[in-house]
Design a binder for this molecule. Structure first.
Ligand code: HEC
Length: 150
């Protein structure tokens, strides 16, 4: 899975498996196409699960989630890699200064909100806006939070 994403040449896709894993087991996520997810964060995003209302993440924080589907026959298929990166203040007001990126399992880039001519990732932010008060982050469902990551 990671090898496929890495073909994109994206630095996050190449590196995220060396980051801190924030969840203790893959969990099902409706918001991302009903896939199982794992969630990783870079060093700048340390303490991400402790984020409280009114706080914001430091610039350079990156959160990455890889995903897979399991069919009724128990076959496993790789899904997309979802990435959020905190960019400098006011550089992307339409996305709350988050860059949203989606990389397909074969390494192709589905969209990147940093690219001005591409608004295909706006739907990410439209949903993440529901948690605007916590810097647009949903955090991981409680029982899947890794104790080690906290
Ligand atoms: C319909 C709502 C919805 C949409 C659309 C959506 N998300 Fe999310 N996102 C969530 C929810 C709910 C969570 C927390 C649970 C989880 O991990 O799935 C989350 C969590 C995340 C996280 C972990 C950071 C956090 O919020 O704690 C990343 C990274 C992320 N989403 C990226 C994306 C990207 C990139 C897109 C678009 C390609 C996207 N999301 C589209 C609902 C959504």
């Amino acid at each position: 899975m990671a090898a496929g994403y890495a073909q994109s040449g994206d630095p996050v896709a190449k590196d995220y498996r060396n980051w801190r894993k924030e969840n203790n087991a893959p969990y099902l996520s409706g918001g991302h196409g009903n896939r199982f997810l794992d969630n990783y964060s870079n060093n700048i995003a340390r303490g991400y699960l402790k984020l409280r209302r009114g706080q914001t993440m430091p610039v350079g924080s990156i959160l990455a989630k890889d995903s897979f589907t399991v069919t009724e026959g128990n076959e496993i298929f790789a899904g997309a890699l979802f990435i959020m990166e905190k960019v400098t203040a006011e550089s992307s007001p339409q996305t709350g200064d988050w860059r949203y990126l989606m990389i397909m399992p074969d390494g192709s880039l589905l969209g990147d909100s940093n690219n001005d001519s591409d608004d295909s990732m706006q739907f990410c932010h439209d949903c993440h806006k529901r948690v605007k008060s916590r810097d647009y982050l949903f955090l991981i469902p409680g029982k899947y939070r890794s104790k080690a990551a906290e």
